[in-house]
Design a protein around this ligand. Structure first.
Ligand code: ATP
Ligand code: MG
Length: 397
């Protein structure tokens, strides 16, 4: 019954001035990638608007894929009707009834008529009045409110067809992935870092991920969990390169030479150094972590200061001021939560000290590290790094 999805871009894109077309092109390209596995769908630009032509593809499937694409504010399914008032009224009724199945009634309503085709005999207000009257006569639970309606039926008379749309499916908003450059996300198997990665993507960053594992102390299941998280992130931001760093030797060296209370601090400093190297290699311009101020011992300001000191790269911490419950809400919304809570061990949990230092000193960390051959350890870990390319489930390769 629906032929098209009408796309509304996030407001921020429309105020980009001269750069607007660059953002729009990036958005359309990302949309094409998102619907590619479904097949048949065409993304086009008509009269200043972006539309997804379904060409027989399943509406819900396409809407679900596109509703995750950053830069999209909302989408609406469009029904087409012949240029004849009776046909338009029939279609109007169907579109409104369909929108009502997802909403509580009574609900306020208005019709917005637009006559782009000036040969059509009725004016825009006349179209709105006639169609509105028809819908009200045949539908229960609607009252008219032309100023602040909860539901708006849009009837647009174009050259050869009328377009009708009513339902509004929210998208993530934000900016098209890739429009802000590339970042390197430190992706653990936890709840926070996938959310941080999603937030960075939503601001236009292309994501690459780096994960530190301690195989054989961490299992293959733990690795699969991280791969799955990367795949879910790929549903939102397209294909994702994942670097798996072999961290075992570094952790062994830390266990041997570092006082237990400093082991987390030193371990994090190694993670940052390696992420910094890989980011340079891969031309990423910032690191991203799932840290939230005060959440655990390694996320106090003193810890962040001491850990941050090994890199000059900006470290983006999208969750820094967020509470855990709010982070968990987003994890549910983006679909990572269920995977994140699977109980497989992480490289940090298996070497977790009983009393980690909450206020580690930079000079002390530097002093302790003198016992380690930092460069050799980093080189070895980088050499054993494995690069994977992750796609969303079902995506064409
Ligand atoms: P998360 O839920 O993201 O694991 P967390 O609350 O468990 O976060 P920490 O364990 O202190 O917090 O980790 C802080 C950040 O360090 C993580 O958000 C992530 O960005 C990074 N990190 C931790 N462990 C790893 C790992 N094994 N591989 C890659 N990054 C990691
Ligand atoms: Mg963690």
């Amino acid at each position: 019954m629906y032929t098209t999805l009408m796309i509304r871009m996030a407001g921020e894109i429309s105020i980009k001035g001269k750069n607007r077309s660059v953002f729009e092109k990036a958005l359309m390209e990302n949309m094409r990638l998102a619907v590619k596995p479904i097949g048949g769908v065409k993304i086009v630009r008509t009269g200043g608007r972006i539309e997804a032509l379904l060409n027989g593809a399943d509406l819900d499937e396409v809407a679900t894929a596109l509703s995750k694409v950053p830069g999209i504010r909302s989408l609406s399914p469009v029904m087409e009707a012949e240029l004849d008032m009776d046909r338009i009224k029939d279609a109007a009724l169907k579109v409104v009834e369909d929108a009502l199945t997802k909403r509580q009634t009574p609900i306020t309503f208005k019709v917005d008529g637009r006559r782009a085709n000036k040969r059509f005999p009725l004016t825009s207000p006349e179209i709105a009045r006639e169609v509105g009257g028809h819908v009200l006569r045949h539908t229960d639970g609607l009252t008219v409110d032309v100023h602040k309606p909860e539901l708006t039926l849009q009837v647009e008379v174009r050259e050869s067809k009328a377009y009708l749309l009513c339902d509004v499916i929210p998208g993530p908003g934000g900016l098209p992935v890739g429009s802000s450059g590339k970042v390197m996300l430190l992706l653990s198997g936890g709840i926070d870092s996938p959310v941080a990665g999603w937030m960075a993507m939503k601001r236009g960053a292309k994501l690459e991920c780096i994960h530190f594992h301690s195989f054989p102390f961490t299992s293959e299941r733990a690795q699969e969990k991280v791969n799955d998280l990367a795949k879910i992130l790929a549903e939102h931001g397209g294909r994702i390169v994942l670097h798996n760093v072999h961290f075992t030797e570094i952790q062994k060296a830390i266990r041997q030479h570092v006082p237990e209370e400093y082991s987390i601090t030193i371990m994090r400093r190694f993670m940052m150094r390696i992420a910094d190297r890989l980011a340079h290699q891969r031309k990423a311009m910032a690191l991203v972590t799932g840290e939230s101020l005060g959440q655990v011992a390694s996320q106090t300001l003193e810890s962040m200061y001491t850990i941050n000191n090994v890199t000059n790269m900006p470290i983006l911490r999208p969750l820094v001021a967020m509470d855990k419950v709010d982070i968990m809400d987003i994890a549910h919304k983006i679909g990572t939560y269920e995977t994140s809570i699977l109980p497989y061990e992480d490289c940090c949990t298996i070497f977790l000290p009983k009393n980690p230092k909450t206020r580690p000193k930079l000079w002390e960390a530097q002093e302790i590290e003198k016992k380690l051959d930092i460069e050799a350890l980093i080189e070895e870990a980088l050499e054993k790094t494995e690069k994977l390319i992750m796609y969303s489930e079902g995506a064409a390769r």
